[in-house]
Design a protein around this ligand. Structure first.
Ligand SMILES: Cc1cc2nc3c(=O)[nH]c(=O)nc-3n(C[C@H](O)[C@H](O)[C@H](O)COP(=O)(O)OP(=O)(O)OC[C@H]3O[C@@H](n4cnc5c(N)ncnc54)[C@H](O)[C@@H]3O)c2cc1C
Length: 379
């Protein structure tokens, strides 16, 4: 059977685009094949992002905040985020919401199978799975494949983190103020911070995060979380209701947006911001553009904003600094937040700032190490 659209991998990026498509009248008669090896029935991740106003997934935002804390090794500030809000969506709410909406479209078919490879010929895109070969007019691929380049200028760090959803008997959390980043924790393994996302005053997701090349042992993440709760939140009595573990690639690898009938989405398409790991809003903006192109009959291969050369260069410089370790990541982030408005930092991290604004922000960072890293990355 031939489908109009095949989605290879049905996580955040595929579902963000698909939902927009099935809700649009232009796709009422189209057929969609959704392939994923996972049933997506677990709360496998929590997405946080900043946004101005309501977004496409507003109805499933479980918590949003107008303020947040930043803690550096020697500086702390309670930031007002206006006009932004920092928002949180639970993975399972996202998958349920999408499944409910997709159930209303008669053309949606699901297949639980492992994708082995994909390709295209003149007439169709194809995908080989453990259940056989399927063909479609377009293939949207969100299964990441990140080949390590031999180039010394391509950096591959990992953002890896473990989180505990913690509940306490007594009120322990400031429910209207998440902690965006807390660098007061030990930096012995490399750039390390914690963050706290309070659902109310007795329940919060507490995460222990590193930007390094190597993963830790499971015991080391647990020790990091225990120490953070005891030392910085002064919480000794708590229950761990849920756990989360994640690895996000931080790389300046140049991702292909796709070609011909194959379009790459999400992390596979380079929509993960190399220096921060934030992806969710890049995915949303890309999904809007792809939908518009499809509706207007234009080419739906749209390069990732996270791959914009100017911003990829800034990311490369920061990755170089984190990898070399000559300047501590904690100091870089502390300086960034101490000497800039958080709204300017958000615009910069969103790849939406202007060149003059970038130059002003970059001028606040330690000049010599950044100039050196910029020279090495550029030369
Ligand atoms: C635990 C975690 C927390 C995160 N938190 C944030 C956050 O707070 N904010 C933010 O902006 N970003 C966050 N990210 C980064 C990013 O937003 C997510 O990884 C996001 O899910 C990326 O969307 P995607 O569609 O590219 O990949 P995914 O959502 O991972 O979807 C890819 C899909 O492909 C399927 N798949 C993979 N291989 C195969 C195969 N061979 N055959 C069949 N199916 C396959 C997987 O099962 C999966 O469903 C987080 C990532 C993780 C892992």
């Amino acid at each position: 059977m031939h489908y109009d659209f095949i989605f290879s991998g049905t996580g955040a990026a595929a579902l963000s685009l698909l939902l927009r498509m099935v809700e649009h009248p232009a796709f009422a008669q189209h057929s969609f094949l959704l392939i994923d090896q996972d049933s997506k029935k677990k709360n496998d991740r929590t997405w946080c992002y900043w946004e101005v106003g309501d977004g496409f997934f507003e109805s499933i935002v479980c918590r949003k905040w107008d303020h947040c804390w930043f803690h550096g090794p020697s500086f702390s500030r309670d930031f007002s985020l206006k006009p932004y809000q920092y928002k949180m969506i639970r993975g399972l709410d996202f998958y349920h919401h999408c499944n409910e909406k997709l159930a209303n479209h008669p053309g949606v078919v699901r297949l639980q199978a492992k994708v082995l490879q994909h390709g295209q010929n003149q007439d169709a895109a194809w995908v080989d799975t453990t259940e056989g070969r399927y063909e479609g007019t377009y293939l949207f691929n969100s299964i990441p494949e990140i080949p390590k380049s031999a180039s010394a200028k391509e950096y591959h760090l990992l953002q890896h983190f473990k989180g505990w959803m913690v509940t306490t008997e007594k009120p322990c959390f400031q429910s209207d103020r998440p902690t965006f980043m807390d660098f007061r924790v030990s930096q012995q393994h490399g750039t390390t911070f914690a963050y706290v996302l309070p659902l109310d005053d007795r329940k919060a997701l507490v995460e222990y995060t590193l930007f390094t090349e190597q993963l830790l042992t499971p015991e080391q993440y647990d020790a990091g979380l225990r120490n953070y709760l005891a030392e910085f939140l002064q919480i000794d009595q708590y229950q761990v209701e849920e756990e989360e573990f994640g690895i996000i690639p931080m790389t300046n690898h140049r991702f292909s947006p796709g070609e011909g009938r194959c379009i790459h989405l999400g992390t596979a398409g380079g929509h993960t911001k190399a220096s921060s790991g934030y992806t969710f809003m890049f995915i949303q903006r890309h999904a809007d553009l792809v939908l518009q192109a499809l509706v207007e009959g234009k080419n739906p291969i749209i390069p990732a904003r996270a791959q914009h050369p100017r911003f990829l260069f800034y990311d490369t410089v920061l990755l170089h600094i984190l990898k070399e370790g000559r300047l501590s990541g904690a100091l870089v982030f502390e300086t960034l937040f101490k000497r800039n408005q958080i709204q300017s930092v958000f615009r910069f991290l969103d790849n939406q700032s202007t060149l003059p604004a970038d130059l002003r922000l970059i001028a606040t960072l330690p000049t010599l190490p950044f100039a050196r890293a910029a020279w090495v990355s550029h030369a």
